[in-house]
Each structure stands twice: as C-alpha cells, then as structure tokens.
Design a protein around this ligand. Structure first.
Ligand code: NDP
Length: 381
C-alpha cells in the first residue's frame, strides 16, 4: 500500500514542479551552506546545557539545547536577507527536486564517512565503541556507533535538528512561492503552515526531551537515521504543502474547525504524554495531573497518559499527523502519505520498544502490561 502510494506521490510531485535533477552548484551550496550556518549558530548561540540519559558505561552526554534560539536567529537572518534582496524566499521551493538529490547524495557519503570512522574506532565508551559486524551494507545502513561526534558536536542531535528546521524552511518557501503565484494563501495552506509551524516550534521549545528518545539513546547512527533525519523528514513531511500549492482546496469553516480540534487534541496528548514521561524520569515523585504518581516496580509510570495506553504519545502524534493532511480534503491519497507512513512506523516501533522493555524490565513490564493492556489506542489496540 505504501509502495503504491509512494509511486503516486512521485508522479504527483513531478506534476507539481518537484523535478528530480542533478544538483547545480547553487543547490549544493545551499545545502552545504545551510549545514555550516547551523553548526556555527549551534556553537555561538546561547542555550541551556542538558545532561543526557545515563549510558551503559554510566557516562552522560551534554547537549546544548539551543535549537529554538538557533531557529529564531536563522529565521531573522533569512528575513533580513529577503528584505535586502540577498535571499529569495521561494528558492527552496524552486529548487525542490535538485535540493532533494543533493541532500540524498550528501547523506549517502556522510553515512560512508560514519561507517569508516566508526569501524576503526578503538574507543570502548558506550558512545563511540564500534559495533561493526563486518557486513558492509548492514553497518552502513544501521551505523556502527551510538553517538559519534566531531569537534564536540554530537552529530545525531545536530542532524535531526537540521532535518526539523529544513522541514519548516521548505514549508515556508512553498508558502512564499504560493504567495508570489496566487497573491495569497488558501485557508488549507494556512492551516497546514500554522500546524507545522507550531509543531516545529514546540519541538525546539522542548528540545531537551529529545535527549531521552529512542533515536538518541538506542539507535546507532547510520544511513537509516542520517537519511531519515535530513531527507525523509523535510521532504516527505512537506508533501501536503507541495500538493496544496497547485490544488486550491476550498475548505468549509466547519471542516477547518474540525481540523483545528483534531490538531489540538492530538497535540495535547502528544506533548502531555511525552512531558509526563520526561518529568517522571527526572523526578519520580513529581505530581502527575495533580496527584502523586502511581508506579510499577519503582520504574514504570502508571499515572496520567501512561496509565491509559502504553504509547499514548504515538496516538497523539498520529492525530497531529492526520490534522496536517485533512486540509487537503479527500480527493487524493497523495497528501496522506505522512500519516500513513507514521502509522506503519509507529506500529513497528511500538513492537520493537515493547520487546526492548520486556527484556529490560522483565516481570515489572508484565505487571505494567496487565495494568495497562492497551498499546496505543485505548479500547481498540
Ligand atoms: P517513547 O518516548 O515512547 O519512549 C519509549 C521508552 O520510554 C521505553 O523504551 C522506556 O525506556 C520508557 N517507558 C516506556 N513506558 C514507560 C512508562 N510507563 N514509564 C516510564 N518510562 C516508560 O519512544 P519514542 O522515542 O519512540 O517516541 C518519542 C516521540 O517521538 C513520540 O511522541 C513519537 O510519536 C515521536 N516520533 C515521531 C516520529 C516521526 O517521524 N514524526 C518518529 C519517531 C517518533 P526506558 O528503558 O528508558 O525506561
């Protein structure tokens, strides 16, 4: 199903001006310049330093969580550049297909670099120890190190930041292009832009919560994550915007209000559940919904969202993803690529996380599952 959808997406993107071309020097410069500027801003812009999760060897990585400040500075720079005529806001939308190819090639090469550096690493620390299996394709795809870094910059943390900001920049650029071509934004495009802007700002406002997520603490850094962060997130999460640019959907006020409601419910559940877990991990006695937390085995939270389903955060994320696509109406499945992909990903991820937790927490996890039988959707799944 996803394959059929993906081929329709490709066809539709091509029709909407997203042409796959070999990258020009301008595209390469844009992608390279973007990463360099982000790295520099990441170093010079202030922000809180947060200690990451305790790793297997009892060490912790310190993350500079200045993503929101960096994003704001970047937006100010781009707005200034646009005002003075040094930057054309629609340039990302104009070069879409070229930028995609340039970024994909960069990710390919970067994953090879990570594989080589990781494979020759002699470090025994949890972050840098080599997990090379000898299978070249496997090691390139899944990565061989947990938290590689360059000049003190944690590459995994940096890469996902670049992907999330890239997604926002693509959306904004498409909005700018639509304004040039149609003189205004449709209600559908405005809703999509507002929802995704809130989502990205929220991501960076709570950037420190990322330090305890699966990708950061459990996944090695290989092509899967490298490409997932820098190509998949920005280019596939923005499909609705590409689609809305040429499909001028007329949304009724009732449909728009329903969509806003779904977004707000999803966002509340998504943010609330992730926040509860994060706070619980930092302070297991912190109140949850005004009550002392109920806990299984002293380790697993059974209060709040975590007592309703074992992954309410996935449910919230899915509702939000759905609300991003609803402004596009129901005439095509193309704009529903993101929620469909996310559903498949999170179902798979939940199973993997379940296996990990069962192995780690043993009878405590069994007790938790007895108390909270639902995986993602209370009463249904
Ligand atoms: P979670 O944030 O759900 O973390 C799972 C971990 O939390 C478990 O491995 C376990 O870790 C701990 N845990 C599980 N149950 C409990 C409990 N009851 N009490 C305390 N700790 C518990 O996983 P993800 O990193 O997968 O997801 C984070 C967010 O990112 C989600 O909202 C998800 O929707 C979103 N996401 C979005 C994606 C996208 O493409 N848009 C892709 C992937 C994720 P431990 O061993 O440390 O206790």
């Amino acid at each position: 199903m996803l394959g059929e959808m993906a081929s329709r997406v490709w066809k539709s993107m091509d029709e909407h001006g997203f042409r796959l071309d070999l990258p020009s020097s301008r595209s390469v410069g844009l992608v390279g310049g973007y990463l360099v500027v982000l790295a520099v801003l990441g170093v010079v812009v202030p922000g809180p330093r947060i200690q990451g999760t305790v790793l297997a060897d009892k060490t912790r990585i310190t993350y500079k969580c200045n993503g929101l400040n960096v994003l704001l500075v970047l937006l100010v720079i781009l707005a200034g550049g646009s005002y003075t005529g040094h930057f054309t806001p629609s340039v990302i939308a104009d070069l879409g297909g070229e930028l995609f190819v340039a970024t994909l090639i960069l990710c390919f090469v970067f994953a090879v670099y990570l594989q080589i550096v990781g494979s020759v690493s002699r470090s025994q620390s949890t972050s840098l120890k080599s997990h090379a299996t000898g299978n070249i394709v496997h090691d390139w795809w899944y990565g061989v190190q947990l938290n590689p870094s360059v000049l003190g910059l944690d590459l995994k943390f940096f890469w996902i930041r670049a992907g999330m900001m890239g997604w926002l920049l693509i959306n904004l650029s498409i909005a700018a292009k639509m304004c040039y071509e149609h003189r205004s934004l449709t209600l559908s495009m405005s809703l999509f832009q507002i929802f995704t802007l809130i989502y990205v700002l929220d991501y960076f406002w709570f950037e420190e919560y990322m330090t305890s997520t699966w990708d950061i603490i459990a996944e090695h850094f290989g092509f899967m994550l490298v490409m997932g962060d820098l190509v998949w997130i920005p280019f596939t999460f923005s499909i609705q915007a590409w689609w809305l640019m040429t499909n001028l959907v007329q949304l009724t006020n009732v449909a728009a209000a329903m969509d806003v409601l779904i977004f707000l419910i999803g966002y509340t559940v998504f943010r609330g559940s992730n926040k509860q877990k994060h706070i619980f991990k930092k302070n297991p006695k912190a109140l949850i919904w005004g009550q002392p937390p109920q806990v299984v085995g002293g380790k697993l939270l059974v209060s709040g969202y975590w007592g309703i389903a074992r992954h309410c955060n996935y449910l919230g994320d899915l509702l939000v993803a759905f609300s991003f696509s609803l402004p596009c109406g129901f005439t095509s499945i193309v704009p529903y690529f993101y929620p469909t992909y996310l559903l498949i990903l999170l179902l798979w991820r939940e199973r993997r996380d379940e296996a990990k937790c069962r192995e780690k927490y043993k009878e405590v996890w069994v007790e938790y599952c007895t108390k909270v039988p639902w995986r993602i959707i209370p009463g249904l799944y």
